[in-house]
Ligand binder design. Structure first.
Ligand code: ZN
Ligand code: ZN
Length: 438
């Protein structure tokens, strides 16, 4: 029997001991009966989403865990974000994530006072964005398109011939530092041209924004003006092989954050909507799990559920909030406690985000594979320490899909596949022509 798979990623779930929790991690401190029961119904262990000691970005971690080779199959974060916002990125365009920020001029430099322009949002952010929504650059050869997304964030697209994503960030990523001149990262003429176009966009948008009425009004009300666009993370369109082509699953995804929606879309997963799913600590976790189950009951045999909240609490350096979030997720997992045998559950995170650091680290991430009939270890509860003792050991993120194929009884014996070691063999239509005899 081939099993159907629920693949749950709790963003930033792993942690380190927290002084606020008397030296425990949030997973150790929280009361998690559902996690613990599921852990006894299978095996636990740890995984390095990218490699030991490498702090993963959420996007690279997800791709790696879904079995994509991030050295050749990674288009850059901006591409996923744009897809997640339903912004069309054509072949040959360069797309950036961008913040609206506040700068101060000192001599011939612009210094970043706030990377988020006082967390500008709503109408103010909309009017700032609309003032620079479209611009012709380099004497009309390149068109810049800026779209506001959420709060102080937006997406910048440069469109035109001979552009490439090999350019450095304008955003210095820290306040108090000067805005950076974009530099070509390779010797290619495309990189050089893109860097020049980006520089022109940043300078011209600053000229427009510094005198914009909405910014004058903000200054009068003691709010920070959004007088600069700080692009980062240049990317371009890179069509990825679909998840179905890679692994043979008919896959759906449930995720609220645009980055994760974009990743799912880029792999050809079908996005399913859940009311009240926000990506915030107050999100509707229960609704997501229930929607995931109903998807597996219908036409899908794989569902990816993304829950962002643990990472949000960690970035806020708030271990108590992380404990609360984990306990609410635990409640939501209750319908999974008595799954029929044809279901397999994989639960892990995309990286560890220690509350003490407030950012991602290269630590391993707790991992669980659970379901009726799965070999059981006796490691017990699901936390960083117990996972060291678990039967899955410590694996790499890129191996997770192989484990999924194996425990969902879909893996083919080594040597039976005509092409590659990892991929399930799905014959193409032109290989299914019946033999003709006269
Ligand atoms: Zn993440
Ligand atoms: Zn994060």
């Amino acid at each position: 029997m081939q099993r159907k798979v629920m693949f749950i990623i709790l963003d930033g779930v792993g942690d380190r001991p927290c002084t606020e929790l008397n030296g425990l991690t949030p997973l150790q401190k929280a009361d998690l009966p559902s996690f613990d029961f599921l852990a006894t119904r299978g095996m636990i262990g740890r995984q390095y989403p990218i490699a030991p000691g490498i702090p993963p970005g959420s996007d690279t971690a997800h791709l790696s865990m879904f079995g994509y080779d991030i050295s050749t199959e990674y288009p850059g974060r901006g591409y996923f974000e744009a897809l997640g916002w339903d912004i069309e990125v054509e072949e040959g365009c360069v797309v950036f994530r961008a913040n609206l920020g506040t700068v101060e001029r000192r001599g011939h430099r612009l210094f970043v006072k706030d990377r988020r322009a006082g967390r500008i949002s709503g109408k103010d952010a909309e009017s700032v964005a609309s003032a620079i929504a479209e611009m012709d650059l380099m004497e009309g050869e390149v068109r810049a398109i800026f779209r506001h997304t959420l709060e102080h964030r937006g997406i910048l697209i440069l469109k035109g011939p001979d552009l490439g994503p090999e350019v450095s960030d304008v955003d210095p990523h820290e306040e108090g530092y000067p805005v950076l001149e974009p530099r070509p990262l390779t010797a290619s003429p495309k990189a050089k041209k893109t860097a020049l176009a980006l520089k022109e966009f940043v300078l011209r948008s600053h000229e427009i924004l510094k005198d914009l009425e909405v910014n004058r009004e903000r200054t009068r009300s003691d709010l920070l003006p959004a007088n600069i666009v700080l692009p980062r993370g240049a990317a371009s369109k890179l069509p990825l092989p679909s998840f179905k082509e890679k692994w043979g699953f008919e896959a759906a995804a449930i995720a609220a954050g645009p980055l994760y929606r974009g990743i799912a879309k880029s792999m050809g997963m079908k996005l399913l909507e859940v009311e009240g799913a926000t990506g915030l600590p107050t999100s509707n976790f229960k609704g997501k799990i229930e929607r995931g189950l109903s998807a597996l009951e219908s036409e899908f045999d794989f569902v990816f559920i993304h829950i962002k909240a643990p990472d949000v609490a960690s970035h806020m350096k708030n271990p108590k909030l992380k404990v609360e979030v984990l306990e609410r997720i635990d409640d939501a997992l209750e319908p999974l406690l008595d799954l029929p045998e044809e279901y397999l559950l994989l639960l892990t995170g995309d990286h560890t985000t220690p509350c003490s650091l407030g950012k991602h680290s290269g630590d391993p991430v707790p991992l669980m594979i659970s379901g009726k009939g799965i070999p059981e270890d006796d490691a017990g509860r699901f936390d960083e320490l117990r996972c060291i003792r678990g039967g899955l050991g410590t694996v790499l993120g890129k191996d997770l899909m192989r484990l999924v194929l194996n425990y969902s009884n879909r893996a083919l014996e080594y040597g039976l596949r005509p092409t590659s070691m990892e991929l399930p063999y799905i014959p193409k239509a032109d290989q299914l022509i019946p033999l003709h005899i006269n």
